[in-house]
Design a protein around this ligand. Structure first.
Ligand SMILES: [Zn+2]
Length: 363
């Protein structure tokens, strides 16, 4: 598949270049972009206004979507636009739903009307959800959509992905765990940050605490997505042993809310880049922003939105924010990992922001 794409891109480029000498219709830019990105691993953080929708596209052109934003049409359409028109996808090969809150599964059924979803991976739908009186009604469209497409998540299992072209590094997307049960995805290492003085927050009885945690490795590159995992359970990932190791890119948990993002977790993961799927008035809590600022490994902290609440001094620097205005254009954040996994570029195409980072060599 990938080889065909590269070949096609090269042929198209050659055709355009050749015809370009004879005709004024010479438009090289889009073709060049395709040729450059064809063998990259690409990720997109799609704006669902404080929900979650993270799209991964492998160098083989296979797609994994983690969460689908809210119901109501807007988020499904935004995901569809990025999937089809930006990533060039004809289907979503694997949908992972991290937990049973509507800002994470709400757009799934609507999305499936627009683009085929082949496999649905989740932790199993509970009979009821204490924090959602309307759960049975809310989940029904998802349940109907997922019939005969279901795979259940188990800790330490990986998503079955197509083999990549020869010469490319290994790609794995592994589940660290669900429902508060975790396994070590790396040789468990002693935590660098001390666990003894950790302070807990009030226990979280919601499904956030049961969020799916996954790690994607592409050669040396590592990405962490912990859904909406909350403070006390985050600690279990790194205390007494760090089950994840360090990461390159950390998707900030729970939209950056302060019930989540325990500094113990973030400092032990020691990310180079953080990406927060916050809304204008959701997430991006003062405590979380402060923790990200005080994490020495972080070179760039991205946000999907500028937080415009009264505590708006708690934001990252403006070049790292995809959407500055409340009435936003739903700009997405893109990340492209080089074919050898050794470098990656984070960009906000709408603002022309682009920054390249070197992958850690030891996790
Ligand atoms: Zn959420």
């Amino acid at each position: 598949m990938k080889n065909n794409r590269v070949l096609f891109a090269s042929l198209s480029l050659a055709a355009v270049l050749f015809s370009g000498f004879a005709t004024p219709l010479f438009r090289p830019a889009p073709v060049k972009e395709l040729a450059v990105t064809a063998a990259n691993l690409t990720m997109y953080w799609i704006d669902t206004e404080g929900g979650a929708a993270t799209l991964l596209v492998t160098p083989a052109g296979e797609s994994v979507l983690i969460d689908t934003g809210n119901p109501g049409g807007r988020d499904a359409e935004r995901i569809f636009q990025v999937a089809r028109n930006v990533a060039g996808l004809k289907q979503i090969d694997h949908l992972v739903t991290t937990h049973w809150h509507i800002d994470h599964y709400g757009g799934a059924a609507e999305l499936a009307q627009k683009i085929p979803i082949i496999e649905v991976i989740d932790k199993g739908v509970p009979a009821s959800l204490p924090e959602d009186q309307n759960f049975a009604r809310n989940i029904k469209p998802y349940q109907d959509m997922a019939v005969k497409k279901r795979s259940l998540i188990k800790p330490n299992e990986t998503i079955k992905l197509q083999r990549l072209a020869k010469g490319l590094p290994n790609l794995t997307i592994r589940f660290v765990g669900v429902d508060k049960k975790f396994v070590a995805v790396t040789k468990a290492v002693k935590s660098a940050e001390t666990c003894e003085n950790a302070t807990d927050k009030a226990p979280d009885t919601s499904d956030n605490a049961n969020s799916t945690v996954l790690v994607m490795d592409y050669g040396p590159f590592r990405f962490f997505d912990g859904g909406d995992l909350t403070w006390n359970i985050e600690k279990n990932l790194v205390c007494p042993d760090n089950l994840v190791g360090t990461v390159d890119v950390f998707q900030v948990n729970h939209h950056g809310l302060d019930q989540s993002n325990n500094p113990l977790l973030i400092k032990n993961l020691s990310p180079t880049v953080s990406i927060m799927n916050n809304g204008t008035r959701k997430g991006g809590g003062p405590e979380t922003i402060t923790t990200l600022r005080n994490t020495p490994s972080i070179q760039a902290a991205y946000q999907l939105h500028k937080n415009i609440r009264v505590d708006s001094q708690f934001n990252t620097q403006e070049p790292y924010i995809a959407n500055l205005e409340e009435n936003c254009k739903a700009n997405y954040i893109k990340l492209s990992v080089a074919p050898d996994g050794k470098k990656y570029t984070v960009s906000i195409p709408a603002t022309n922001h682009q920054k390249t980072f070197t992958t850690k060599t030891v996790h």
